[in-house]
Design a protein around this ligand. Sequence first.
Ligand code: CA
Length: 220
Amino acid sequence: MRLLLVEDDPMIGAGLRTGLRQAGYTADWVQDATAAELAVAHHEYDAVVLDLGLPGRDGLDLLAGWRRRALAMPVLIVTARDAVADRIQGLDAGADDYLVKPFDLDELAARLRALLRRRGGRAAPQLVNGDLSLDPATREVRLGEAPIALSAREFGILHALLEQPGVPLSRAQLEDRLYGWDEEIGSNAVEVHIHALRRKLGSARIRNVRGVGYMVPREP
Ligand code: CA
């Protein structure tokens, strides 16, 4: 899951980025609206964590612009503005949720999971396909009853594929989900992780779709 973090405060921004990465997200951090626009123009984000008080163009205006352009990614506003009117304005501008600073990182992570679940059209917290299940909150993967230990990247790939069983994702899409712009990507990184996943889950669990990419076949 790749997130964009828009936060001008260097201390808060660095802390949030670290926390989000520890929670298993790929997180890109920008400090103003111009850099945020550039980021969304070049990458597909699963969600945005947006501070309202930014230098120059503020977060509300940025968000309203995205919604006018029909950019639909979930947006969670984090801000020190605690007035009810600001919260209402934020939600009306197209935010999906709202946290008032200071907040707990665990709560932010839980709210993001809820947003991503709703975006995926799911009510249940777990992703289940046949006897394979993945829990984004506990980061547990099970095959039947047996827990499967995965690396962070392997988990990320399986998470992305299990969001939509039967729908292939390209290598580029998977790389985009897994790696922030300040991270080095090995030339065959995705293949290496897919190979490891097949070894742990069984080779039939992830299918190659010729000329397209990879998918998890949908199971009842
Ligand atoms: Ca700020």
